[in-house]
Design a protein around this ligand. Structure first.
Ligand code: HEM
Length: 443
């Protein structure tokens, strides 16, 4: 945070805003509330629509001359006229807050273009990742971070002081060449969720159709029996936990692959392949989606006893009590509950507010050690659910395995690989590599 400069009273400082649109108005309002004086530069100073009370309005040239810091709240398409104001803007700090409607619309960033139009000014890109709403309401109700970049350190410092006084946290992204990246920020729509979401949709669609054909259409073809009502609860309650378990194992598979890669290479100083890097970076999203699917499974499981179909079956049969069966069902319920409890813990500790309060050691203990224990419980729950059905020929309708058997492949592989990594001799080598030891001299 930038400390308040002792000598200057903030009320006295005059800031200029070019542009009287939504963003310009919201920014002006907020600056006035914080104690600044504000002057708007407008093409038509006498008829420019409603502006915050206490703000002055002047022509662009007069407004530019009266302040040292000018916010440019106008569209890039209208920047050309600024060239004519080059003499008035010389030596001033220009804050470019603009954004574009799509990526790569122009060869250079808006801030770089502005700097080219007025080489004598110091352009700082800032505030563009905030909405007019966030600017007006302040950080209490919206995003707190203001990214900025620019070539002149003093100009950036001046903008940081204003942003900090407005209550935002400033993140300096370097020179004006970073402006393009900052201008692309608001155009991104959950970029790190894209791959996990696609995967979740793909897996759900695959298992839905696989189980639809195998468990429902096959019965219709063989026995002419319509059990399509099962799509709503039984099928859903198969697809969701299956996808959840696969996605949970996909969270831990890249870590295991990375460990084997380090063991194979004998060093931690070589970059991982790009695909592995990208995969590792979306583990949190994979895990949160997996948790969402597990949650659905638990909700569906809760309603099983009140279903019409189950009540109907129970009323027609009074089965013998079978202790083994009781052990089996109680065990898989209990292990499932334990797995779900740990799953929730993983989800909660991945929230930034919680993870920020943990040390790196605590975070990695929960996410790695407890994460693998969670995977073990969930996998064990599914094995217990399968019980002896793995050995019965009748389980393999049309020579295809049931969904839960398919979904056990990946978690079982991950757990076996993890067990191998835990063998003392392997663990020792890996720890040494991670502490910086290299098998061969890089030269
Ligand atoms: C199956 C209960 C948590 C994965 C089942 C079934 C029940 C159940 C009753 C049998 C469903 C049926 O008859 O169709 C529970 C309870 C849980 C829990 C009470 C915790 C409160 C989990 C978790 C996972 C999971 C966290 C991990 C992702 C599975 C899988 C199946 C299954 C893969 C087999 C689905 C199938 O193909 O039929 N669970 N479960 N369960 N559960 Fe859970």
């Amino acid at each position: 945070r930038v400390p308040c400069s002792a000598g200057t009273a903030p009320e006295q400082e005059l800031l200029c805003i070019f542009g009287t649109g939504d963003l310009g108005r919201s920014l002006g309002q907020r600056l006035l509330q914080t104690g600044y004086r504000v002057v708007y530069g407008s093409r038509r100073p006498h008829s420019c629509g409603p502006l915050p009370e206490r703000a002055q309005v002047m022509s662009h040239a007069a407004a530019a001359q009266s302040a040292n810091l000018v916010f440019i709240c106008i569209h890039r398409e209208n920047y050309d006229f600024l060239e004519t104001l080059a003499p008035e803007l010389k030596g001033k700090v220009l804050v470019d807050v603009s954004n574009n409607v799509e990526k790569n619309l122009y060869p250079e960033a808006n801030a770089e273009y502005l700097q080219r139009l007025i080489p004598g000014a110091h352009v700082v890109k800032a505030f563009n990742t905030l909405s007019a709403w966030a600017l007006q309401n302040g950080p209490s109700d919206a995003n707190r971070q203001v990214y900025l970049c620019g070539n002149n350190a003093e100009a950036k410092q001046a903008v940081s002081v204003v942003a900090t006084k407005l209550g935002f946290t400033v993140l300096d992204r370097g020179s004006v060449s970073a402006a393009k990246e900052l201008e692309d920020f608001p155009l991104q729509l959950f970029p790190e969720w894209r791959l996990p979401l696609r995967l979740a949709v793909g897996l759900t669609a695959f298992f839905f159709f696989y189980l639809l054909i195998r468990d429902i259409i096959s019965v219709y073809i063989k026995e002419k029996k319509d059990i399509s009502f099962r799509i709503m609860v039984s099928l859903a309650n198969k697809v969701f936990p299956i996808v959840s378990l696969i996605m949970l194992s996909l969270c831990y598979l890249p870590g295991v692959i990375a460990a084997f890669l380090q063991l194979y290479r004998g060093t931690k100083y070589k970059r991982f392949p790009d695909w592995l890097d990208r995969w590792m970076l979306c583990r949190k999203q994979l895990g949160l989606l997996a948790l969402g699917f597990a949650f659905l499974h638990v909700l569906y499981t809760l309603i099983i006893p009140i279903r019409y179909y189950v009540r109907f079956r129970l009323s027609n049969r009074t089965p013998e009590f079978d202790t083994t069966m009781a052990w089996r069902t109680d065990s898989y319920y209990s292990v499932g509950i334990l797995g779900f409890g740990l799953y929730l813990l993983l989800g909660i500790t991945s929230l930034p507010s919680v993870s920020n309060a943990l040390s790196w050691r605590e975070f990695s203990f929960i996410q790695s050690k407890l994460g693998h224990v969670t995977l073990f419980f969930c996998t064990f729950h599914t094995y217990l659910y399968g019980w002896d059905k793995f050995l019965r020929a009748s389980s393999y309708k049309w020579y295809t395995p049931p969904g839960y058997m398919l979904c056990l492949v990946l978690p079982s592989v991950v757990l076996v690989l993890k067990l191998l990594l835990l063998l003392p001799c392997v663990d020792r080598s890996l720890t040494r590599i991670r502490q910086g030891w290299e098998r061969t001299n890089p030269d």
